[in-house]
Design a binder for this molecule. Sequence first.
Ligand SMILES: Nc1ncnc2c1ncn2[C@@H]1O[C@H](COP(=O)(O)OP(=O)(O)OP(=O)(O)O)[C@@H](O)[C@H]1O
Ligand SMILES: [Mg+2]
Length: 139
Amino acid sequence: MRWVVQNETELLDIVKVIAPLLKVGDVVALYGTLGVGKTTFVRALVKYLTQQDIDVPSPTFTLLQMYDTPNFELYHFDFYRLKHPEEAYEIGIEDAFENGVSMIEWPDKIGALLPRKHKSLSFEILPDNSRVIEAENFK
Ligand SMILES: Nc1ncnc2c1ncn2[C@@H]1O[C@H](COP(=O)(O)OP(=O)(O)OP(=O)(O)O)[C@@H](O)[C@H]1O
Ligand SMILES: [Mg+2]
């Protein structure tokens, strides 16, 4: 699946497709450069899943934010500041990957610790500032 979105409001259309496909044990790698919109997507997803206008800060410094949603706990990781993949164990990836749904910014930072059968969302910025979002392994 592939979409082009002109603004943040249009993310809701994608979120409505992706959200029902998420289930406990899913690990979703969010690929794309600085400022491409990974956190913004998770923010839209959390708001849709919870149906609440809750605060969804970037996990840049905390590395992890967690949200209760009706069907699963959503773990939002940002591994940009990780120095070694093993640090991810200290943050709790094992529990998250098994018992929740994990959304991961900068997944390459954990190397081989990223489960082989992960789903992915890849983001790109077009010259007109719109975003291309491509989803893989969702069924
Ligand atoms: N779909 C979109 N359309 C237009 N602007 C967007 C869209 N998504 C995000 N933005 C804007 O891009 C900026 C950066 O977004 P965001 O923080 O989500 O990026 P990020 O990929 O999480 O970056 P980082 O890797 O630094 O965490 C924000 O100011 C946001 O408003
Ligand atoms: Mg971010």
